[in-house]
Design a protein around this ligand. Sequence first.
Ligand SMILES: Nc1ncnc2c1ncn2[C@@H]1O[C@H](COP(=O)(O)OP(=O)(O)OP(=O)(O)O)[C@@H](O)[C@H]1O
Length: 283
Amino acid sequence: MSREYIRLEHISKKYKTEPVLKNIDARLHEGEILGFLGPSGAGKTTTIKIITGQLKQTSGEAYILGINSRDIDETIYEQIGIVTDNSGIYEYLTVYKNLEHFAKILRVKKDRIDEVLRQVGLYEQKNKPAGKLSKGQTQRLVLARAVLHSPRVLFLDEPTSGLDPSTAIEIHKMLLELKRQGMAIFLTTHNMEEATKMCDHVALLNEGVIVEYGTPKDICLKHNKIKKYAVRLHDGTEHLLEQNEENIGRIHNWMTENQVETLHSCEPTLESVFLNVTGRELS
Ligand SMILES: Nc1ncnc2c1ncn2[C@@H]1O[C@H](COP(=O)(O)OP(=O)(O)OP(=O)(O)O)[C@@H](O)[C@H]1O
């Protein structure tokens, strides 16, 4: 049984009188990725801040690596990494010097810097000033900094937001490798494809409430009540049909007349589940 690294029990948070998190429960284990998925303002960043002790909850308990978040001090940062935005990178220092600076603070041996630079694919850019990196390269540097001290838990707030698809795929590969090495990753995203591909469990968060929690597959299967088929005919027309007797008959007729070019069953996606449950788009 893998070790539990994060536990949220009935977390609620109000900013003044405004409730932004309501009774949040979640778990994250060693070597797992948990996705907090929700539109802007759903409460994802607030949740990260509570777990990491940057913000106090109004009620409920949060534990990270067995420590109550109300009791944690800065020594926790030796065991966790946080990626929220690009702040904290010194633009006028080279990529290497940036990491050297953090290696000193985190008491990490210098050998580890080249190792991490290779891991995130920035070794060739090590002598470039950080301010001259592309957006994707900057995100790799931020990630390199966050994993320099081999943390047990990594928090990523929208890690691929604004990146082109091929850079996002590279970041995903890196994260899956870190997970394979046992790191637990708490990921927030608007991107349901990212969540489906990367996460062992997801929490769908809407206006501070978890409306669904589980594996992406289980959540989608649970909502697979109305089955649909997508049919494309040789004449170029496309048809999205609910599974019922009449439509099965239509599909059958098209098939016997050899009119069908492609036929797929359409499973729900996390995006469509979210829309279904909340009436809102994720992004
Ligand atoms: N310091 C604060 N004071 C008052 N309200 C706040 C504060 N920080 C966040 N909020 C509010 O709490 C709610 C949740 O914000 P939060 O940043 O956690 O959302 P999010 O899901 O991370 O959004 P995004 O995807 O845009 O980053 C929002 O309505 C936000 O306006």
